[in-house]
Write a protein that binds this ligand. Structure first.
Ligand SMILES: [Zn+2]
Length: 638
């Protein structure tokens, strides 16, 4: 999808005292009707009372009081949530909606096309609506993201509110309060005005900031100061399944403090008044990484702070933190919208997500969350994965950002390497490695992507307003650093999508395949409980039951007719184990016959012959002799 396809609404039922385009940002000509907002504040402050104390039934009870005037009114449940890049607001989990005025029930009608819009007529004499509903937090991951367990809660405000349509989210004020389970502690970027037992009353704020400020609460909670004495404080607020998981090993804590310092050196001024990493360490709570301007939601392995988690997950916090600059403070103009019920365009996500992914790799290495060998193993896997994506044959990197908006619910893809739905992350990271290497080469080592980030994302200390940019702004910023035809350089890589080796080679390294284990692939195998044969046979198999999790398009397994979700029963006539498949790989190096797999698909059994004789193949980075080692400079702490 390119620009907006179908936008429905309903201008007739919106109450719009005076229409004006959103003042900042975006291209007014490209802005759909629904994005047009009143040039006025919503009169009065909306009171929002959320009771999230029910940890067993996980029903969050909402009461809301909205000051209104008589006449037609539309209320919206937030649909397009920033950072999701997709219309993911969980309106199917809202239930029990009842709206009263002066104690009398007012009928509401859901829009026939926009399921997020509720229409009603405010009767004469009513100056406030009293709204009640429940948000039914999923009790298992089959219903959606598990964000509430008996030990922790992730309260995202967009799930527990309605707001009046037709206004800028910066100009609708909320006074929120939240009741937590008895005795729980919490972390959030919100300012707490007062406490009343387990109820927190927050200082009134604009809707846009409320939705951007989730809260983590837990039975077990610990807060770390990552930069004591800083003007713009950075904290790590941790909830966990058990109290001992809250205790960070000193080396791990030091690496997080180094992350804050190294990010300062890359980006310059901190564009927030304060920042809270919200971190959940749990097997029960769904994993998450979601950026906000003054906080981020992170959910990962319970052993993370003890150093027991797979290192491949250590770039999560560097990724989300980089977004405070790249994505939240500086935002692509097409991704900026005046409220949460108009589509957000993804046109520049290869910068928003791609460069963030690049800085996540670099900052993980510079802060010590990865050593250099680990960073190179991650890069080797990334380059090898992108290199074998035959999806490059039919769709460009630029095209992937457009489809992202319907694919963002983590739905598995049948043919990931052919569909390449999320390549603006991995492919985007390699694009920026290429830009960094080119900048270093052209400037003879005087300029790098660090200078770009410092100039483009650094701004004024403590600033929390969004500043938008366009493709031309990106090109101008690069050109100011180092004159070059950057527009052509970027467009060639975005539209033609060549093989992703240039940046690596220009950094003084190349990718080779051999039988030495790749530490990043081994760590991911442990974390995901599978065996990864993508770079030899072209498939990945679940350890638990031999189910195929991926078949690489056009690879040896693909040519043998295998598909995802077939179950491998036998290898060369013997019951399947990963070790036996590895043995068969080695034997096939010197033997002529193909490797024979017996698989089950539903009730059918079939035999597939994989004609592959190159043995174990794992990607690894190798220095190119006689060239400058730019990669090691990129990864070294400053
Ligand atoms: Zn991201």
């Amino acid at each position: 999808m390119g620009r907006i396809g179908v936008v429905v609404l309903l201008a007739c039922s919106l109450w719009l005292p005076s229409i004006a385009l959103a003042r900042n940002d975006g291209d007014p000509a490209a802005m759909p009707e629904v994005a047009k907002v009143a040039d006025a504040d919503w009169p009065g402050t909306i009171t929002l009372v959320v009771d999230a104390s029910d940890v067993s039934q996980r029903i969050q009870r909402v009461r809301e009081r909205i000051p209104v005037q008589p006449g037609p009114l539309t209320l919206w449940y937030p649909q397009w949530i920033p950072g999701h890049h997709a219309p993911t607001g969980p309106v199917n989990q809202l239930a029990g909606l009842a709206i009263d005025g002066n104690g009398t029930r007012i009928a509401w009608r859901r829009d026939a096309v926009d399921m997020y819009a509720f229409h009603l007529d405010v009767p004469a004499g009513v100056d406030a609506l009293d709204i009640e509903f429940q948000y039914l937090s999923p009790t298992s991951s089959a219903q959606g993201r598990v964000a509430m367990t008996s030990a922790m809660l992730d309260l995202q405000w967009h799930r527990v509110l309605l707001y009046p349509a037709g206004y800028d989210a910066r100009r609708i004020r909320f006074a929120p309060s939240l009741t937590l389970p008895a005795g729980w502690q919490s972390g959030t970027a919100l300012e707490i005005a007062s406490r009343d037992g387990d109820t927190l009353h927050f200082a009134p704020l604009a809707l846009v900031d409320l939705v951007d400020s989730p809260l983590y609460a837990g039975r077990w909670f610990k807060r770390y100061d990552l930069d004591p004495g800083a003007g713009q404080a950075v904290h790590l607020d941790v909830v966990a399944d058990a109290p001992e998981l809250l205790e960070a090993k000193p080396a791990i804590l030091d690496a997080h403090r180094a992350l804050v310092r190294q990010a300062d050196l890359v980006f310059g001024a901190r564009p927030f008044a304060h920042y809270d990493f919200l971190l959940a360490l749990s097997d029960l709570f769904s994993g998450i990484g979601l950026e906000h301007h003054q906080s981020s939601e992170n959910g990962t392995d319970p052993g993370y702070l003890r150093g027991d988690a797979p290192f491949t997950g250590n770039d999560l916090l560097p990724h989300e933190y980089s977004h405070a600059w790249n994505g939240k403070y500086r935002r692509p103009a097409p991704s900026w919208t005046p409220h949460f019920n108009t589509p957000m365009h993804g046109d520049l996500l290869w910068l928003y997500e791609g460069q963030t992914n690049y800085w996540a790799v670099v900052l993980s290495a510079r802060s010590g969350l990865w050593n250099n060998e680990q960073a190179r193993a991650v890069l080797a896997e990334l380059v090898a994965t992108q290199a074998q994506r035959r999806g490059r044959d039919w769709r460009s990197l630029q095209d992937t950002v457009s489809q992202g908006i319907i694919d963002f619910n983590d739905a598995p893809q049948a043919w990931e390497s052919w569909q390449r739905a999320y390549d603006f992350y991995g492919g985007g990271a390699l694009l920026w490695l290429d830009v960094d290497a080119e900048l270093r080469e052209l400037s003879k080592g005087k300029r790098s992507l660090d200078d770009f980030a410092h100039g483009f994302f650094g701004g004024s200390q403590g600033r929390v307003q969004v500043s938008t940019y366009t493709f031309d702004d990106v090109v101008a910023a690069l050109d100011a650093l180092q004159p070059f035809d950057w527009a052509a350089f970027l467009r060639e890589r975005l539209d033609a999508t060549p093989a992703p080796f240039d940046g690596l080679v220009r950094s003084g390294w190349r990718m080779v395949y051999d039988d030495a284990p790749n530490a990043a692939i081994a760590a991911a195998e442990g974390a995901d409980d599978n065996d990864d044969f993508r770079f030899s046979l072209g498939l990945k198999v679940a350890r638990a039951d031999g189910r195929i999790e991926e078949v690489v398009w056009d690879g040896p397994a693909f040519k043998a007719g295998l598909a995802r979700d077939m179950q491998v029963i036998a290898v060369d006539g013997t019951a399947y184990t990963a070790a036996r498949l590895r043995q068969a790989l080695l034997a096939a190096k010197t033997a002529k016959p193909p490797i024979e797999l017996l698989v089950r698909q539903g009730d059918s059994f079939s035999t597939h012959r994989i004609d592959y004789h190159d043995g174990v193949r794992q990607p690894r980075l190798e220095r190119i002799p006689g060239t400058p080692d730019r990669l090691s400079r990129m990864l070294a702490p400053r």
